[in-house]
Write a new protein. Sequence first.
Length: 193
Amino acid sequence: MRAPILRGLALAVLLSLPAGAADPAEALIAERNCAACHGERGISAMPNIPSLAGQRPDFITLQLILFREGLRDVPPMAQASEGLTDAQVEALAAFYAALPAGPPPDRAPRDEARAAQGAALSERLRCGICHRADFSGQNQVPRLTGQREDFLDETLRAYRDNVRRGTDTQMNAAVHGLSDADIGAIAHFIAHR
């Protein structure tokens, strides 16, 4: 529901620019050097850095605001989001959400046994309730399908170890008590969907 509004906002900002001016989101991406970590078309080739292509716009918006306001501590993102206006945040979110998602270029082959273990665990933990059955995400819940496996693994461990919290503590509770092997299997399964 909010995605059309975000696209409309991005279009309104674009149409308000003088003739020949660059897309505001692309200009911000170049200015803030977002592609250096998140990839030229939003698909990250850097270990432990998330891909943004096809991500939920509400999720990107929320994360950028948390970074900008110092509520989520990731030093490179604090600097990259510093001074962004709400309109710029929403234009960036709409831009990345509109890009086609895809696997990272360095994705390892699928291991059927690990994927089956991860599928069983994700079903038991009911991951599909919030992230949807196809892991496409919804609203402020991120899209996980095709995300970097190393990023998913690291993020799930951080939630389990209580060194990362979302806007609530649901993820911390969901992965509480999982072993590293369990988390690795879930990350492998989701990354290869």
